[in-house]
Write a protein that binds this ligand. Structure first.
Ligand SMILES: Nc1nc2c(c(=O)[nH]1)N[C@H]1C(S)=C(S)[C@@H](COP(=O)(O)O)O[C@H]1N2
Ligand SMILES: [Mo]
Length: 251
């Protein structure tokens, strides 16, 4: 068992060094998707082996908070819908929640603040090779799922974002229901005791404590509860996943 584990760890570290090149175009080379595809099945199996789904991400202290939380990817969506909301300081913002739910809802930030919230200081790791520690405050995604009556048959939650990476190619992400219901999975509306800044995803973003940077979808417009994400985007569960990144991006 020990030998098998260390072998698997080494295999994973090999994979990690391949993706360390970042949220860039490595995945678009002809070998990228293939290598990452194989690695993904392995990574998921190793993760399940090494850490149960209840495992918690490490939490830090106030003293550890990074002085600057480096923004990455989109830093201000240019779509008209987003620009209109931003012009009015997001006062008219509502998160659309639908899909396999018995009570679809449009939730303002104030509505979200009335559900169960949590504050946590966690580290964000981007595959480009930088990390930052931030204090996140947000509503537990599990509380939102309960509020809208998520169907127990549903398997994933999909996060739709305001920003487009290319014409008609919005950023999106997804997690499975276990990750969605994890006690550190938040819809975050504040960073370091201030409303979430625009570069970091205002007014609302996802924080999943145990996964890499690209899973942390910013600029949420809608969350959709589904049985499968096959028909969304190119069917791989996220914008970067559609470029060849692995769907399960455990740290
Ligand atoms: N909507 C959206 N979410 C996104 C991205 C993006 O470009 N658009 N970039 C991702 C990547 S690769 C990283 S590392 C983090 C960066 O979060 P930050 O800007 O708060 O540092 O957001 C992730 N979520
Ligand atoms: Mo990233």
């Amino acid at each position: 068992m020990t030998d098998r584990r260390s072998f698997l760890r080494m295999a994973i570290m090999g994979t990690a060094s391949l993706i360390v090149a970042g949220c860039d175009r490595i995945s678009q080379s002809s070998w990228g998707p293939k290598v990452l595809d194989k690695a993904e099945g392995l990574n998921r199996r190793v993760q399940v082996l090494l850490s149960p789904s209840s495992a918690m991400a490490k939490e830090y202290t106030e003293a550890d908070i990074s002085s600057v939380f480096h923004p990455n990817g989109t830093t201000m969506p240019s779509t008209p819908a987003y620009q209109a909301l931003m012009a009015n300081q997001f006062r008219d913002y509502k998160l659309q929640v639908d899909g396999m739910v018995s009570r679809p809802a449009m939730l303002s930030i104030d509505d979200l603040k009335k559900l169960d919230t949590r504050t946590q200081i966690t580290r964000h790791d981007c595959v480009e090779g930088w990390s930052a520690i931030g204090k996140w405050q947000g509503t537990l995604l599990s509380a939102v799922l309960d509020h809208v009556g998520a169907d127990p048959q549903a398997r994933f939650v999909v996060f739709h974002c305001f920003d487009e990476m290319d014409v008609n190619t919005p950023y999106y992400e997804s997690v499975d229901i276990d990750e969605a219901r994890h006690p550190q999975t938040l819809l975050a509306f504040a960073l370091n005791d201030k409303p979430l800044p625009v570069p970091n995803g205002a007014p609302l973003r996802l924080r999943v404590g145990r996964q890499l940077g690209y899973k942390q979808a910013k600029y949420l417009s809608r969350i959709e509860v589904v049985k499968s994400f096959d028909t969304i985007g190119d069917g791989n569960g996220g914008y970067w996943e559609d470029q060849g990144y692995e769907w399960y991006a455990g740290i």
